[in-house]
Write a protein that binds this ligand. Structure first.
Ligand code: DMJ
Length: 646
């Protein structure tokens, strides 16, 4: 059988009526339709009309649900439905599950792709820039797929989200826009200040959830691999976080942590610990928790670890070794040297002095005071600035000629001032050393960047100035402000404000709005931007120093911009370092908002310091850890300023 001709087929589909010559004119088609309609029986016409009316009514009725369905889909789902393009399922943020009970937070502005080539003609802050922000991050991601896995040996960002619960949550979080900055406000309203406090508590809960679920009782959470790492095997994060929970009023979390301290924490372990790190985090954390709670459990534990650390001071010079075996009672320097780090041996004093006061056992204070006495007298300083290493055999500085306010020297300066404050401002030698050092900073390390004249603290190496500044140096604005609050020269406060702006710019100028570990400032005329970052320095470890200083600056000046800057930083931690299944992670690249490349590690100081200082920054209650009653150790554990009768 032959197939029907095309003409036959058409005539059938047009109700099978033969129509003579094919004419494609509109008029012919109108006439033809009308003629055909007239040829139908009344029943046929009624039936067709009925069907048309029915279809029309159904169409009207179903319209809202269709639109609702479409608007209920995430941007990504809608794109999938319409097959628009291929994108990573999850944004760079690893968001948390949506908590329905959470109070509403201010509306979130969209994240933009910041220019690599920003080259600011003048400095603005993020608030001022927000209106000009483009919303291209999601769109840009697909194009940037090549970056995936570019850093060898690192779990890449998308690797981090190959996980169904994260995928679902990511979509929700984008929609809910939970952590947000109110529009362009010079002063946060009371309501937003409360929301900001709640936002930090929420961040803490999220960090704690990760720790609890995957690292409970261990030192540090590895949030991407949902596991943990051990450093000393002493529950470092848990102990570091105790007083933060107390300050934030997270009672339930505090009680479960306290139960662990009571039943599980033991220092009778054959393990090498670093004297400085375990003093500032464990001894400091336990002492401050004891003071805040009055619970002797924490004092007993503090005495235990304090006494176990004492063998570190058994050296020929009385300058302590870096490492102690707290089970065996032996101590030693690192394998490759007999040197200790200057910052480490001079930043354990607040804790041991307090332990001596509480226990009435002077040996703790004697040991750490001896270190200060020796360092005070040593040759090799430059206008009060100290080298980075000290030898445990002969007690002399080594590797002389390099001066920095960053790693290995930083908290020496901080503890000069803070010991003086802790002891009731009587120990003049500490004050003199501090004042001299600040003058030394001004004379040798302080410079301005080009083109915008940011004040920064560089480094000196054998007479050669380097415009390099560690993020660690950002403790300095806060320390300077604390000194000024305690009666030291007013120009310390001026300098504090200038350096605070610089530290903030170290965040603002980065594409993620998070500071790198180290920056280099441009000083030559004709520079187009103030800050450069070397490839190896692009990581962010969730460090606290900038928000720490913001806290001091806000406490003393009540200028709301400092709170706003802190809130921006918190938002960016949430955007780029938050892991949906719990916890936050250090990242490798603050310059790539699409692939910040997570490191899979949440440092204990994120809970101990960063979130605590953010919380205190957003609180307008100056009595919440009054700076006239407490002095914070270098790990943000508040210790009491001694009463004048002591
Ligand atoms: C903390 O352990 C302390 O603040 C220390 O003084 C410096 N390093 C980290 C935080 O960055």
């Amino acid at each position: 059988m032959n197939p029907p001709s095309r003409q036959d087929y058409v005539s059938i589909s047009f109700a099978g009526q033969g129509s003579g010559v094919y004419n494609n004119s509109k008029q012919w088609r109108r006439q033809s339709c009308w003629r055909k309609w007239k040829q139908l029986s009344r029943l046929q016409r009624s039936l067709i009309l009925f069907i048309l009316v029915l279809l029309f009514i159904c169409g009207i009725a179903s319209y809202p649900s269709i639109t609702e369905h479409l608007s209920g889909l995430t941007e990504e789902e809608q794109n999938t439905e319409s097959n628009i393009d291929l994108r990573p399922i999850i944004p760079h943020v690893l968001p948390e599950p949506v908590n329905q009970a959470r109070p509403p937070l201010p509306e979130q502005t969209s994240q933009r792709k910041l220019p690599n080539k920003r080259g600011p003609p003048f400095l603005q802050n993020r608030l001022q820039k927000k209106e000009n922000v483009s919303n291209t991050v999601v769109e840009d991601k697909a194009a940037d797929k090549k970056k995936e896995g570019e850093e060898e040996g690192v779990i890449n960002w998308r690797g981090a989200v190959i996980d169904t619960d994260q995928a679902t949550e990511g979509v929700k979080d984008e929609e809910n826009n939970e952590d947000s900055l109110p529009n362009q406000k010079a002063k946060p309203s009371k309501e937003s200040a409360i929301n900001w406090l709640e936002a930090v508590r929420e961040a803490f809960r999220h960090a704690w959830k990760g720790y609890k679920d995957f690292a409970w009782g261990h030192d540090e959470l590895r949030p991407l691999s949902k596991s943990y790492s051990e450093w000393f095997g002493l529950g470092l994060t848990l102990i570091d976080a105790l007083d933060t929970m107390w300050i934030m009023g997270l009672k339930e979390e505090f009680e479960e942590a306290k139960a662990w301290v009571a039943t599980e924490l033991t220092f009778n372990k054959n393990v090498d610990v670093n004297l400085f790190e375990s003093t500032i985090r464990i001894l400091g954390g336990l002492l401050s928790t004891y003071h805040l709670t009055g619970d002797t459990l924490f004092l007993d534990k503090a005495k235990d670890i304090g006494s176990r650390l004492m063998p570190a001071f058994n050296t020929p010079s009385k300058i302590p070794y870096s490492d102690v075996n707290i089970g065996k009672g032996t101590a030693h320097p690192p394998r490759w040297t007999s040197d200790s780090t200057v910052a480490e041996v001079t930043s354990i004093q607040l804790e041991f002095r307090e332990l001596a006061r509480l226990t009435q056992e002077p040996q703790y204070q004697v040991a750490v005071a001896e270190v200060m006495k020796q360092v005070h007298k040593l040759d090799g300083k430059l206008d009060g600035l100290v080298p980075m290493f000290i030898n445990t055999n002969n007690g002399q500085f080594t590797h002389q000629g390099i001066y920095t306010l960053g790693a290995r020297a930083d908290s020496y300066y901080e503890y000069l001032l803070k010991q003086w404050i802790q002891g009731g401002k009587k120990e003049n030698q500490l004050l003199e050393d501090y004042l001299q050092a600040i003058e030394g900073v001004k004379k040798n390390l302080l410079q301005k960047s080009s083109p915008n004249g940011l004040t920064f603290v560089g480094e000196l190496s054998h007479g050669q100035f380097s415009p390099k500044m560690d993020h660690l140096v950002c403790f300095l604005p806060g320390t300077l402000a604390l000194g000024a609050h305690n009666g030291l020269p007013a120009d310390h406060m001026d300098l504090a404000k200038q350096l605070m702006e610089t530290c903030y710019q170290m965040y603002v100028q980065m594409e993620t709005g998070l500071s790198p570990e180290i920056v280099h400032f441009n000083m030559h005329q004709g520079s187009t931007r103030d800050i450069d970052v070397k490839l190896a320095d692009r990581h962010n470890l969730l460090r606290p120093e900038t928000v720490e200083s913001l806290f001091y600056l806000y406490r003393f000046t009540k200028e709301h911009k400092y709170q706003e800057w802190g809130y921006e930083i918190l938002q960016n931690f949430n955007k780029y370092t938050k892991v949906s299944s719990g916890g936050y992670t250090s990242i490798n690249n603050v310059r790539d908002p699409d692939y910040p490349s997570p490191r899979d590690k949440m440092e204990s100081f994120f809970l101990g310091e960063t979130l605590k200082y953010l919380y205190l920054l957003f609180s307008d209650d100056s009595n919440l850890i009054s700076l006239d009653q407490y002095v914070f150790n270098t790990e943000a554990h508040p210790l009491p300023i001694w009463p004048s009768t002591a």
